[in-house]
Design a protein around this ligand. Structure first.
Ligand code: AMP
Ligand code: MG
Length: 349
């Protein structure tokens, strides 16, 4: 075929495919369901040519699955599988489904990668702080010291079908990773049901599926991390087929005698991590990885995180410090837009 004919054919093919895709997406409609699941407010938006009944079935089906996952992973429900495993610590091993095996083995992987900073066996301490949050005063120092003896993640005995917590009083807490797993799970559920475009938002743990119908990127907002200020967007990131997960001290905290006590805890001291950070946002392909990493980065701080992120070449992290500086580490981010001029992007500490 002559070169010019070939070019012409390519142009015709391109125009044809372009109109085809415009045609097919123009019939897509948006469906959304917002409900409480996994102990938080979740929103799932899908874009599809399916009719309203079919879309509703998919969304309802997904929310029932999220309830099922909560019944496995929740540390706050006595009757969840995790609750029963914790109640049997030091007594008997428990049979576990594949979902829990996946999350536990990844959690142990991150515990090893972070030198124990990310700790899925931190439950004994989390419980004391949860009680403290309700009361608005820090827990008793002696009780905290005793609880610190019950958080060695190396005492989690895990094989493909069973888990055993070797010491009485030990307790698993997957609050730093389970929502990420649920977001990945939701994505696969939607793909299996023929949905290729949507936004999964599990209490701020966001995953965007595909691109917007006009072929452009989604714009995902980052909340103002300053404690005491309205949680409106102070920046947004343009992206597609990615997940974006934030860990921040503003998410759960109480104030006591002019100190802020938040929910991300140091396994070394048993107290909320004290550093110069307000929040860390992670952008990645896997939401479970992003969830575990955002919690880990928050605990480790910027410098140690620089070393850790080298093992995850596809991951980017945005650190928000107390003086409103923003630092990016890991993979370069193209589409970050800062909307609040009190925040400044810096290259070095
Ligand atoms: P995230 O909001 O994903 O950063 O996770 C915070 C939650 O993870 C807390 O509410 C606890 O349930 C749990 N958590 C707290 N400290 C740690 C830690 N050092 N390692 C793992 N999980 C933690
Ligand atoms: Mg997390």
């Amino acid at each position: 075929m002559k070169k010019t004919n070939f070019k012409l054919l390519l142009i015709i093919l391109f125009v044809f495919l372009f109109f085809q895709s415009c045609n097919s997406v123009s019939k897509e409609k948006e469906y959304q369901k917002i409900d409480i699941a996994l102990g938080t407010l979740c929103s799932i938006k899908i874009y599809t040519e399916k009719n309203a009944n079919e879309a509703e079935l998919i969304l309802n089906g997904l929310f029932s699955e999220l309830d099922r996952l909560e019944n496995i992973f929740s540390a706050n429900m006595e009757n969840s599988l995790l609750g029963r495993i914790n109640a049997n610590a030091g007594i008997i091993p428990a049979q576990i489904p594949n979902e829990l095996y996946e999350v536990l083995s990844k959690s142990i992987f991150f515990a090893e990668k972070t030198g124990g900073a990310f700790n899925p066996a931190i439950g004994a301490i989390v419980k004391l702080w949860n009680i403290a949050m309700d009361k608005g005063t820090p827990p008793d120092a002696v009780e905290l010291k005793q609880a610190l003896l019950k958080i060695d993640y190396k005492n989690i005995e895990l094989n493909g079908t069973e888990v055993f917590l070797k010491e009485k009083g030990m307790s698993l807490d997957l609050g730093g990773i389970a929502k990420g797993y649920a977001a990945d799970w939701s994505k696969n559920f939607l793909l299996k049901h023929g949905i290729k475009r949507g936004i999964i938002d599990l209490g701020g743990n966001v995953l965007v599926l595909g691109k917007k119908h006009d072929g452009s990127d989604w714009k995902v907002g980052i909340k103002n991390p300053i404690i005491g200020e309205p949680k409106i967007g102070i920046a947004y990131i343009s992206l597609f087929d990615k997940t974006i997960v934030t860990s921040g001290n503003y998410e759960r905290f109480f104030e006591y005698e002019n100190n802020i006590y938040h929910h991300i805890l140091s396994p070394e001291t048993g107290y909320p991590v004290k550093n110069n950070l307000r929040a860390v946002t992670v952008i990645a392909d896997s939401s479970m990885e992003a969830d575990a990493l955002s919690t880990s980065f928050f605990i480790l701080g910027i410098e140690k995180s620089r070393t850790l992120i080298k093992s995850f070449p596809q991951v980017s992290a945005v650190f928000f410090t107390e003086d409103n500086s923003i630092f990016i580490i890991g993979k370069e981010i193209e589409g970050l837009n800062i909307l609040d001029n009190r925040f400044h992007l810096k290259k070095q500490l």
